[in-house]
Design a protein around this ligand. Structure first.
Ligand code: NDP
Length: 394
C-alpha cells in the first residue's frame, strides 16, 4: 500500500486521480494544484464515483520551498508531476531534498525557449542514486507507452530493430473550430517547432510539417501524418539496439493546420512578452485563455485515437515488420473518467508507472526512461487498466 501525491489538477490530472482511486495499491491519495477549486471539483467526483476520500492542497509548484513544505506535511511515497513540463526540475529537486520517488509525463521545457530535452533531468541521476530514490521520466502515452512498445518489440520480436516510426493519430472531433487536446501552450509550442528525426547517428532538422505521409490507422482509416520532433526519440536512440532511424508522425486536419498558421502569422504563438495597453502579456498564454480548456472537451468529443509504433528489423536473419498500437474511444473514456481520450491515454500510464514503482516491479535508484525496464508487466497492466493493445505482423 502506498501514499501518492499528484500535482496538477488539469485534464490529465483528472484521469490520474480517477484511476488511482480505482487502484488498490494507493491507500492514501492527495491532489495538489495551483488552484484549490480544481482539486475540490475532482475530490467531489472521486467521492461520488468510488466513495473514496482524497486529500487536496494548494501549491505553487514553481517554488521548491513550497513543495518541500507540502511534501513534509503529506509524507507521500511518490510524487506524480502532472502539472506542466516547466515544473519538472522544481519538483525533482524537492523530491531529492525530501527523499521521495518522482514520476512525470513530459520532459523539462524551458519557459523562455521553445525547446525540450532530457539533459537537465538526466543530470539528476547520480544524486537520485545516492539518495536511494527513483525518478521515472515520461510515463504518459507518447512519451511513455510508445517507449514500452519499443522495448516490447525489442524483447519479443527482434534481434535488432533498424527503424522505428511512432504514429500518433487523434481522430476525435470536439465540434469547436479550433482547440487543443492538452495544455494549449505546450501543445502549440510542440507542433509549431521545426521537425527533427534521427538517422545514422545524427539529427536531421526539417521545416515544420515539411514531411508528410499517409498512414492507414486501424479502426480509423487513412490520415495525413506529419513528421514532428518528439521527446521519446532522445532516449530511445540511446537504448534500442542497432537502431538506424527513428521518426515521429502525428495527424492534423487541414483545418487545424490552417488555424495554426494564421495564429502563427499574426504572432499569437509568440512566447516573448509584448506590451498591450499598458499591460505586459505573452501572446501564447493569452491565446490559452481564449481557447477551450482541454479538460472541458470530454463531454463533446467523439471518435478515436490510435497511437502505436511501426518497427522494422531482423529476427534470426529474416526481415520483419511489427506494428503495435492502441485504439482509444473518446466517448468510452468520458464515461469512465469524465475525460477525453488524449487525457486518458496519458493519465492511465502515469498511474500504471506509479503502480509499477510502488509494487517494486519497476524499482531502481536513479533517473530512468520507460524503455529501461522490463516491458512485460507494464504491457499486462495496460490491458487490465483500460488501454488494450494489438500486435500486427506486416
Ligand atoms: P492542463 O493545463 O490541463 O493542467 C495542468 C495543471 O497543472 C493545471 O491544473 C494547472 O493549474 C496546474 N499547474 C500549472 N502550473 C502550476 C504550478 N506552477 N503549480 C501548481 N500547479 C500548476 O494540462 P494537461 O493536463 O493537459 O497536461 C498535463 C501534463 O501532461 C503536461 O505536462 C503535458 O505536457 C503532459 N502530457 C503528456 C502526454 C504524454 O503522452 N506523455 C500527452 C498529453 C499531455 P491551473 O488549473 O491553475 O492552471
Amino acid at each position: 500500500m502506498a501514499e501518492i501525491l499528484i500535482i496538477g489538477a488539469g485534464g490529465v490530472g483528472r484521469v490520474v486521480v480517477h484511476k488511482c482511486a480505482q487502484e488498490k495499491t494507493f491507500d492514501k491519495i492527495t491532489l495538489a494544484s495551483r488552484r484549490l477549486s480544481s482539486c475540490q471539483a475532482y475530490q467531489k467526483e472521486v467521492k461520488e464515483r468510488y466513495n473514496k476520500d482524497i486529500n487536496i492542497a494548494e501549491v505553487n509548484a514553481d517554488s521548491v520551498a513550497d513543495l518541500i513544505t507540502l511534501f513534509r506535511q503529506v509524507k507521500p511515497d511518490i510524487v506524480l508531476n502532472i502539472a506542466l513540463p516547466y515544473q519538472d526540475l522544481t519538483i525533482m529537486e524537492a523530491c531529492l531534498q525530501t527523499g521521495i520517488h518522482y514520476l512525470d509525463t513530459a520532459n523539462y521545457e524551458h519557459p523562455e525557449t521553445a525547446k525540450f530535452e532530457y539533459k537537465e533531468q538526466w543530470a539528476y541521476h547520480d544524486r537520485y542514486k545516492e539518495a536511494g530514490i527513483m525518478a521515472l521520466l515520461g510515463s504518459g502515452f507518447d512519451p511513455g507507452v510508445t517507449n514500452v512498445f519499443c522495448a516490447y518489440a525489442q524483447k519479443h520480436y527482434f534481434d535488432e530493430i533498424e527503424t522505428i516510426d511512432i504514429l500518433d493519430c487523434n481522430a476525435g472531433d470536439h465540434g469547436y473550430p479550433f482547440a487543443t487536446n492538452f495544455n494549449p501552450e505546450i501543445n502549440l509550442r510542440e507542433v509549431s517547432a521545426n521537425g527533427r528525426y534521427w538517422e545514422n547517428g545524427t539529427w536531421i532538422e526539417t521545416d515544420p510539417m515539411e514531411i508528410k505521409m499517409v498512414w492507414d490507422y486501424p479502426q480509423i482509416g487513412k490520415k495525413d501524418s506529419y513528421l514532428l520532433y518528439h521527446e521519446e526519440m532522445e532516449s530511445l536512440v540511446k537504448h534500442i539496439k542497432g537502431l538506424k532511424r527513428i521518426r515521429f508522425f502525428m495527424t492534423f486536419s487541414q483545418s487545424y493546420l490552417t488555424h495554426m498558421k494564421c495564429l502563427e502569422n499574426v504572432g499569437m504563438l509568440g512566447i516573448e512578452e509584448v506590451e498591450h495597453q499598458g499591460c505586459k502579456i505573452i501572446p501564447i498564454q493569452f491565446l490559452k485563455t481564449l481557447l477551450p480548456d482541454p479538460a472541458s472537451l470530454g463531454s463533446r468529443t467523439k471518435g478515436k485515437t490510435n497511437i502505436g509504433i511501426l518497427a522494422k528489423g531482423k529476427k534470426e536473419g529474416k526481415e520483419r515488420t511489427i506494428y503495435i498500437y492502441n485504439v482509444c474511444d473518446h466517448e468510452a473514456t468520458y464515461k469512465e473518467t469524465l475525460s477525453q481520450a488524449v487525457s486518458y491515454t496519458t493519465g492511465v500510464p502515469a498511474m500504471i508507472g506509479a503502480k509499477m514503482m510502488m509494487q517494486g516491479i519497476w524499482m531502481d535508484k536513479g533517473v530512468f526512461n520507460m524503455e529501461q525496464f522490463d516491458p512485460d508487466p507494464f504491457m499486462e497492466a495496460l490491458n487490465q487498466d483500460g488501454l488494450k493493445w494489438f500486435v500486427k505482423e506486416l
